[in-house]
Design a protein around this ligand. Structure first.
Ligand code: GLC
Length: 541
């Protein structure tokens, strides 16, 4: 695959609202981010992905944009943003923005004008449809509960919203809307941003006529109507157009958020010859099959092994993966795997080991480098997120309050949106055995050895349950990684000859593997120097 500037980089997602509050108004802000650029640089971060910072009524925490050209006053000013860009550049860092163009806010002037003049040009920027026999035009189910159709008061019209009713979907069939969106993307690129994360980008092409959704498909996939928009027939054309008319002008980087897209579709979206997206976020590994985010269950890491084995072997050499476990929409991974505090740091380090030594670009979500865990919410009044609140109402009607609360607390996005713990950062920076240091070392190793970025991945011992191991190989360089995926000790399979320990989450590498142990080894010709089986890990934990 042709080398790209973002292949050997490490990305870090910032959720501005809860990163750092510099003016003590209770909300994180751009100046807070500027003040922490050195922290991120020191950790080894190259690319910062900013969740939306545009003007917004914040019904969906900024994923409802009311002005694509303005910074939300809650976060600061355009001058602050420009300073952030300049300060990032000074440090050789890159800024990517969140691009929310499947929908906007109902307070955006386009939607306001559409409401004011249903015959005017802006009405066609959205999906307005007549109801059928006093009911919604179709049976699509919204991601945030209820129907995707909201009646327009005083008319027989409804408008489409896949998410909250305050987030009307944009009609990509309309060439003028597309032109306005491309102009806006170019405006930000000219300003100097280095790329975009594209919010639910695989939903932008809806099937003509928005036909009724098949109820059984909806049951299987969780949302009625999904087959008519989650991978629409014009998706590839739209993405190519966006690429040609915007991203290509500055070699900008693009990563698409594409829920529900499996590996084969991902290949079509990201293949280097396809000219569409550089990478995607696929979410199939965030829950084990048969479970949803709102199930209170224990995540089995054997599934993660199966998932990565499939993608590492099947995605193809012309595609490049994003490697991530967390974002602002999901509970913390450590909490999903095992809530016993005894294992918190071992699991955090194990996840880091997987994320930084497989093939792809790692994305850290703020706080992950400290081993952040879920919040200890006990009541619905503590939950702010619109999705959780809407679904709670819906669940209460079907399964009762107690069970509704249990489900919401298992899956609420607020777990990931708690304020970043800067005191914990200080503590971990002073502790050489902290998860922060482990991440820092992993990132440094990834930067030092090209085999950890570009090397072939060869997964071994596939049949062994609770054990995940692979080689990374490039020219004369080779690395070996072995992980115990469970809290039980296990016998360590023989270490391949010539490989010496480089980094481990335990201080000794004995004949038995410790709970969630993860070790990285490097091939050395003079292997005898590191002895057999129980060598001491030279770089400690
Ligand atoms: C994406 C965002 C999520 C948001 C939704 C609607 O999934 O990550 O936070 O609520 O899109 O914009």
């Amino acid at each position: 695959m042709m080398k790209k500037w973002w292949h050997d980089k490490v990305a870090y997602q910032i959720y501005p609202k809860s990163f750092l509050d510099s003016n003590e108004d209770g909300i994180g802000d751009l100046r807070g981010i500027i003040g922490k650029l050195d922290y991120l640089k020191e950790l080894g971060v190259d690319i910062i992905w900013l969740s939306p910072v545009y003007q917004s009524p914040f019904v969906d925490q900024g994923y409802d944009i009311s002005d694509y050209y303005a910074i939300a006053p809650e976060f600061g000013t355009m001058e602050d943003f420009d300073e952030l860009l300049a300060e990032a550049k000074k440090r050789g860092m890159y800024i990517i923005m969140d691009l929310v163009i499947n929908h906007c806010s109902d307070k955006h002037e386009w939607f306001q004008k559409a409401l004011a003049d249903p015959e005017g040009k802006y009405a066609d920027y959205f999906y307005f449809r007549k109801g059928k026999d006093g009911k919604a035009p179709s049976n699509y189910r919204s991601y945030f509960g209820g129907s995707t159709w909201e009646p327009v008061p005083g008319t027989d019209q409804y408008y489409l919203h896949m998410f909250a009713k305050e987030q009307p979907d944009l009609n990509w069939e309309n060439p003028e809307l597309k032109r306005e969106l491309f102009d806006m993307v170019n405006w930000w690129l000219e300003k100097g941003v280095d790329g975009f994360r594209l919010d639910v980008i695989n939903y932008i092409s809806k099937e003509e006529g928005l036909p009724y959704g098949n109820e059984s498909v909806g049951k299987m996939m969780g949302y009625v109507g999904i087959e008519h928009y989650f991978y629409g027939s014009h998706l590839h054309d739209y993405l190519r157009e966006l690429r040609c008319k915007a991203f290509d002008t500055t070699d900008a980087f693009s990563v698409g958020e594409t829920p529900g897209v499996g590996m084969q579709m991902a290949r079509l979206l990201t293949g280097e010859d396809r000219h569409e997206l550089d990478m995607i976020f696929s979410f199939d590994h965030l829950e084990t099959p048969g479970h949803t985010r709102f199930d209170d269950y224990r995540y089995d890491l054997n599934y993660l092994k199966q998932y990565y084995t499939e993608w590492m072997e099947g995605y193809g050499s012309g595609c490049w993966m994003s490697l991530f476990f967390e974002n602002h929409d999901n509970p913390r991974m450590i909490s999903k795997i095992n809530e016993d505090p005894e294992y918190r740091f071992a699991i955090g380090k194990l996840l880091g080991m997987i994320q930084f030594t497989l093939r792809g670009t790692p994305f850290i979500y703020q706080g992950q480098e400290l081993g952040a865990i879920n919040g200890s919410f006990t009541d619905i009044s503590q939950i702010q997120d619109v999705e959780s609140r809407n679904l709670y109402e819906e669940f209460c009607r079907t399964i009762g309050e107690e069970e509704a609360l249990r489900r919401i607390l298992a899956g609420t996005r607020d777990h990931a949106r708690l304020m970043m713990d800067w005191q914990e950062v200080c503590r971990q920076k002073n502790d050489r055995e902290s998860i922060y240091y482990f991440y820092k070392k992993l990132i440094a190793l990834r930067k030092k050895y090209p085999a950890l970025v570009y090397g072939e991945v060869r997964i071994v011992h596939k049949e062994k349950k609770n054990f995940f191991a692979w080689f990374r190989e490039l020219g004369n360089e080779a690395f070996y990684v072995e992980c115990n995926l469970s809290e039980k000790q296990r016998k360590r399979p023989p270490r391949p000859e010539g490989f010496c320990p480089l980094l481990s989450n335990y201080s000794r590498i004995g004949s038995r593997m410790q709970p969630y142990e993860a070790c990285l080894y490097r091939f050395k010709k003079e292997a005898a120097v590191c002895g057999e089986g129980s060598a001491k890990a030279p770089e400690g934990r």
